[in-house]
Design a protein around this ligand. Structure first.
Ligand code: ZN
Length: 177
């Protein structure tokens, strides 16, 4: 290839990477979850809002990056919720999507269930995915949805919605005990 053409090809490729980057989002894998987020800013905000309270003493002290810190927090919350509910489904694998704000939550809910809601987070058993908004990443909110995940995986047949909710609320209330 002629040098000019190579240069052109490389710059076109770089442009494509820049343009396509934010559309696909980014991904990190924890022991239990595959986390997809729109951009680094959303992950940073999610991490800052997710104050761990007493659980922070159990966190992996070696976390050097935001990605590592989020991974360590999520896995710790999963294990704490399992302990609280005394339910240990195995293997436990699920997806997490982090939106910058609750607008994205509502768009995804509408897309999946054709209904308008005002939720700040939700769990979709059909897609095995929890949706969070970075603005609302409180420990109780995160634990509540993970409570739904653990309950869903534990029972061979999904419990009725009311029982599902009671279990998630129990996880939410007792996560920081
Ligand atoms: Zn719930």
């Amino acid at each position: 290839m002629h040098l000019e053409r190579i240069k052109y090809f490389i710059s076109a490729l770089l442009l494509l990477l820049v343009v396509s980057g934010p559309l696909y989002g980014q991904e990190i894998r924890t022991r239990y979850a595959t986390i997809t987020y729109t951009d680094m800013e959303s992950l940073r905000k999610f991490n800052n809002k997710l104050y761990m309270g007493r659980l922070k003493y159990l966190l992996n002290k070696k976390s050097e990056t935001i990605e590592d810190e989020v991974k360590s927090k999520i896995d710790l919350i999963v294990e704490k919720v399992e302990t609280v509910l005394d339910m240990y489904p195995s293997p436990l694998k699920f997806n997490i999507v982090i939106h910058p704000s609750k607008q994205g939550i509502q768009t995804d809910y509408q897309r999946l269930y054709k209904r308008t809601v005002n939720y700040i987070a939700f769990f979709s058993p059909g897609t095995n995915t929890v949706f969070y908004s970075a603005d609302n990443a409180k420990l109780r909110v995160v634990a509540h949805e993970i409570g739904h995940v653990v309950a869903e995986k534990y029972f061979a047949i999904s419990p009725p919605p009311k029982i599902h909710e009671v279990l998630a609320q129990y996880a939410e209330t007792h996560v920081s005990d």
